[in-house]
Design a protein around this ligand. Structure first.
Ligand SMILES: [Zn+2]
Length: 126
């Protein structure tokens, strides 16, 4: 399983993890061009502005691409999720029927508890 594609304790990602600890899924949005982006960073990748804030996301999207990894005890799904708000996020799809999983399947974020750290955002087919 992929834990996350970014560092938990950086200034750029702390608001995300604080929200995740409260069960909220947030994304960075640019106050200059209004575009959301992923991954968190200190500037907007669309217009280079540093005027960023965090907004609640629906936590919904669809599978943009995925692979089923069969190394290890149990197979798992690594996927790019195209979020409804636009950004594409690397994560895992959990509890999926691997024989039926398809690009375009609708998914929703679920937070998986993690020992000693904030819950990890994963996705489940809806
Ligand atoms: Zn921008």
């Amino acid at each position: 399983m992929v834990a996350t594609s970014f560092i938990e304790n950086s200034p750029e990602t702390k608001p995300f993890w604080d929200a995740a600890s409260a069960g909220r899924f947030v994304l960075p949005v640019c106050r200059q061009c209004q575009m959301m982006h992923w991954y968190p960073r200190g500037f907007c990748p669309h217009c280079m502005s540093t005027m960023l804030e965090w907004q609640e996301s629906h936590g919904e999207g669809e599978i943009y691409s995925f692979s089923v990894n069969r190394v290890g005890r149990e197979p798992y799904v690594l996927a790019y999720i195209a979020l409804r708000e636009g950004p594409i996020m690397l994560s895992n799809v959990i509890d999926a029927d691997l024989a039926r999983l398809s690009i375009g399947d609708r998914v929703k974020v679920v937070f998986k508890p993690a020992a000693g750290q904030a819950p990890v955002p994963l996705f489940a087919v809806t």
